[in-house]
Design a protein around this ligand. Structure first.
Ligand code: ACO
Length: 372
């Protein structure tokens, strides 16, 4: 968010690689004075193994029709036993490089949004960087669950605005099948594995990011959790051994925050929902997306949905659904996008951006690489 509370501080000395410059904080908080930054490359990867709803019927007390009618999910992808989150992230970046071999030029920071990191240390971002030719770039993981990728876009924008980075690789990658109890019908049916990758960098004036709204409320921590070091949350809530979720609470929270944060970011951008060509929502439950679209007064046709094929891939969902909509030609140059997501924390994020298709991986599949 571009709210700087210290009005005395209006000039931040900064140095990067020997370059020294002054960045005016007051100027940065003025949208018209900000450089145009946006997505300059995209890629995605899903594992080959398709897991249809029917596969759960043999193991847990559920049925394929219930899953589809209550969530919209028909199937999801599971990584192989040998594939972990960094592997999926690397393959998403390689997909980007196949479409645009120059995509990583100038990248000097990597953010990996994930709640299923290979390890707590080293960061999954560093492991990805090592395998895609970005050794030496700053690298860190970002943990806001399903909000993570859009949070990451905002953090990337901030890193570039501050002069700390020129371009930032933002990866959303998850191997959720490894951390979800496949015998727990509350969670097993919802989640899948996948990865999406984007580069954030300069775009032509009038394109790219407009505003972000982000938030979190730890009071909702016991609605969606995964234990790491402490056995309990502050206050004594016992987290058990795998992903835990109060589905009804998360559902109500999601419907409320998607509507509220979406409205906030539109107002902050000087837009209304009538200006939005495409809503790019987190993919958790199609009924949550329907409720959010209803709150925006927009028809479901303006939401991009792929959870029927991939389920909820947490921080990988937004880059994957955006990439698919770009690849199939729905999202086009100059269109207004609204990105909305919620997740563990509980957390939420909304962002507005005007799509720029001026780089090879940002065009529909059939036109990419064809010069005008
Ligand atoms: N299969 C069959 N029946 C089920 C299942 C299942 N897997 N799960 C619950 N049921 C039954 C319940 O026992 C209940 O039966 P009853 O009426 O006889 O008591 C009935 O179905 C309805 O249960 P609800 O919990 O009310 O089901 P609901 O319609 O709310 O759907 C769901 C549950 C799908 C989990 C929904 O609440 C949801 O999608 N919540 C949001 C989850 C979410 O978004 N999580 C991701 C967060 S993002 C992140 O950061 C990871």
């Amino acid at each position: 968010m571009w709210v700087f509370r210290n009005s005395v501080l209006n000039s931040v000395p900064n140095s990067l690689n020997g370059r020294s410059k002054n960045v005016s904080v007051r100027a940065m908080s003025d949208p018209s004075a900000r450089p145009s930054l946006g997505i300059t490359a995209l890629g995605m990867y899903v594992p080959d193994r398709v897991v249809p709803n029917a596969e759960f019927e043999a193991r847990i007390d559920t049925n394929a029709d219930w899953i589809e009618s209550r969530t919209g999910i028909r199937e999801r992808r599971f990584a192989t036993p040998e594939q972990f989150t960094s592997d999926l992230g690397v393959l998403a970046v390689r997909n980007m490089l196949e479409r645009d071999p120059q995509a990583l030029q100038g990248v000097d920071a990597i953010i990996c949004a994930t709640v299923s990191p290979d390890a707590l240390m080293p960061s999954t971002a560093a492991l990805i960087g090592m395998q895609v030719g970005l050794v030496g770039a700053a690298a860190f993981d970002l943990s806001t669950a399903c909000s993570g990728f859009v949070y990451g876009l905002s953090v990337a924008q901030g890193l570039i605005m501050s002069g700390a980075a020129r371009r930032v690789l933002v990866v959303g990658a998850e191997a959720l099948s490894k951390i979800v109890d496949q015998d727990d019908r509350n969670t097993a049916i919802l989640f899948g594995d996948g990865a999406g990758a984007a580069v954030v960098g300069p775009v032509p004036a009038g394109y790219g990011f407009q505003e972000f709204v982000m938030g979190a409320d730890g009071n909702g921590g016991s609605s969606l959790y995964l234990r790491c070091v402490a056995p309990t949350l502050p206050g004594g809530f016992d987290m058990g051994d795998s992903v835990g979720m109060n589905g009804r609470e998360v559902f109500k929270f999601a419907v409320r925050v998607l509507g509220e944060s979406g409205a906030q970011v539109l107002a902050k951008s000087g837009l209304t929902s009538a200006d939005v060509h495409w809503v790019i929502p987190h993919q958790a439950n199609v009924r949550i997306i329907e409720a959010a679209m209803d709150r925006f007064g927009l028809p479901m046709e303006r939401a991009v949905v792929n959870l029927d094929r991939y389920g909820n891939t947490s921080s990988a969902t937004v880059p994957m659904v955006l990439d698919e909509a770009v690849q199939d030609g729905r999202v086009q140059d100059g269109q207004q996008l609204l990105l909305i997501a919620f997740g563990g924390g509980l957390s939420w994020v909304a962002g507005t951006m005007k799509w720029w298709d001026g780089a090879p991986s940002l065009k529909p599949a059939q036109t990419a690489g064809v010069s005008a």
